[in-house]
Design a protein around this ligand. Structure first.
Ligand code: ZN
Ligand code: ZN
Length: 411
């Protein structure tokens, strides 16, 4: 590790602790991280204690073990799961602690593995994680998801470079998405957060009845629930500490109405699902439900995702990202949703965030659904933004107001 890299990693850790998590004196912090991310985990731990954290715990993971399980475990064993990992998360939430998740998975990790088995494990894990994911998606505590460049991931993103160069290039790209290449990254984030907050406030004030997307292969109307709440930049949590849940983040997002989505949307970027690529796909909706799926590549996998449960065939997130965002500008396909979704306006099939409908953060499932919120074990983001997409806000009386023109903010 060069001294420059060590310094950058320390700056990254400081951003995570101060801007992403906003760790407070006396808080606990639970970190989930792959083994390769140990250098960042150590830096985050230093900065967390400096911010006054009382206890930092780590759950280490080796992503390769998941592939090994698919290759060697008995075929009838994939609905088996253990709860201790999720319980550790719940213990942290109950103690008012913060949670950091670091991801750096090889996009090709599960290449060639049966999509049916992957869906079974995903469904099982999502169900087991539900008590925790519910609390986190309701912003019970301050939490954050960040990335860590790994050799396998870098090789996927920059296949034509020498192996030594790949990792450096991916780090450069990651550091630039989180504004470490600016003279004062903390100040840059404060300004950026202010901009996102202002955009979300404008949309919250407008309370559009629906959004209308038009572009090549796309003509889609996405109804929005009454009292929907747009979030951009820092969001308040139940324990009064605001956090930025993803670093980087360029999006302003809310929950669509689970029963009021109609028309067709064409994805503008391929979707990588654990090493399996879904390419050039379109989805048609009627009364909120997917009625038609077509994909040039990976159609069976896409269908297995949509058929995971009832809510997996409906939308749970609508997010606006300008085509000229810092990440889009890099022109890199990261094969990692954390980065790719911040390069493009996107939608997600499946679970909605509970804090996206005002007053329902702690509501029961029935109430949340009755107000248009979607529930599912799945949350699958896909990109729909491009320099060719126009988005209008439709007011209650049917007036159309421009929100985005050719992929850029129009207000
Ligand atoms: Zn999003
Ligand atoms: Zn999402």
């Amino acid at each position: 590790m060069t001294p420059e890299f060590e310094r950058a990693l320390s700056q990254y850790a400081e951003l995570i602790v101060k801007i992403g998590l906003n760790v407070q004196p006396g808080q606990r912090l639970l970190i989930r991280a792959p083994l390769e991310a140990a250098p960042l985990v150590r830096q985050v731990t230093i900065h967390a204690y400096q911010a006054g954290a009382h206890l930092v715990d780590v759950i280490w993971a080796d992503p390769q073990l998941l592939r090994i399980r698919f290759q060697h475990a008995p075929r009838n064993s994939f609905a088996e799961h253990s709860d201790w990992g999720w319980k550790a998360g719940l213990e942290t939430v109950d103690a008012g602690g913060a949670i950091l998740s670091i991801n750096g998975t090889d996009p090709d990790l599960l290449k060639g593995i049966d999509p049916g088995l992957i869906a079974t494990v995903q469904r099982t894990e999502s169900r087991a994680a539900l008590p925790l994911s519910k609390r986190i998606s309701a912003d019970a505590i301050n939490w954050c998801v960040v990335g860590y460049a790994t050799a396998a991931w870098a090789a996927k993103v920059f296949p034509d470079m020498a192996p030594g160069e790949q990792l450096n290039r991916l780090w450069d790209a990651i550091f630039s998405t989180i504004r470490l290449d600016t003279p004062d990254p903390l100040a840059a984030w404060e300004a950026h957060n202010e901009d996102l907050t202002r955009r979300a406030a404008y949309l919250n004030e407008k309370q559009y009845d629906a959004l209308r997307y038009t572009g090549p292969g796309t003509d889609l109307t996405v109804g929005l629930p009454e009292n929907h709440h747009w979030i951009g930049g820092p969001a308040p949590t139940a324990i009064g500490i605001s956090n930025v849940a993803n670093l980087p983040t360029e999006e302003v997002f809310t929950a669509p109405h689970r029963e009021r989505v109609d028309g067709t949307v064409r994805a503008t970027m391929p979707l990588n699902l654990r090493g399996n690529l879904i390419e050039n796909f379109s989805l048609s909706f009627s009364n909120g439900r997917v009625t038609n799926v077509s994909a040039e590549k990976g159609e069976a996998l896409l269908r297995s995702q949509i058929e995971m449960d009832d809510g997996a065939s409906r939308l749970g997130e609508v997010a606006l990202v300008p085509h000229s965002s810092a990440i889009s500008h890099a022109g890199i396909l990261f094969y990692n949703t954390l980065y790719d979704e911040n390069a493009s306006s996107h939608l997600a099939l499946g679970r909605a965030y509970r804090n996206c409908i005002a007053g329902l953060a702690d509501a029961g499932d029935e109430t949340f659904m009755a107000h248009g919120g979607n529930l599912s074990a799945n949350h699958l983001d896909f990109m729909v933004g491009s320099g060719e997409i126009d988005i209008d806000g439709i007011t209650a009386d049917g007036t159309r107001e421009p929100l985005m023109r050719q992929g850029e903010w129009a207000y």
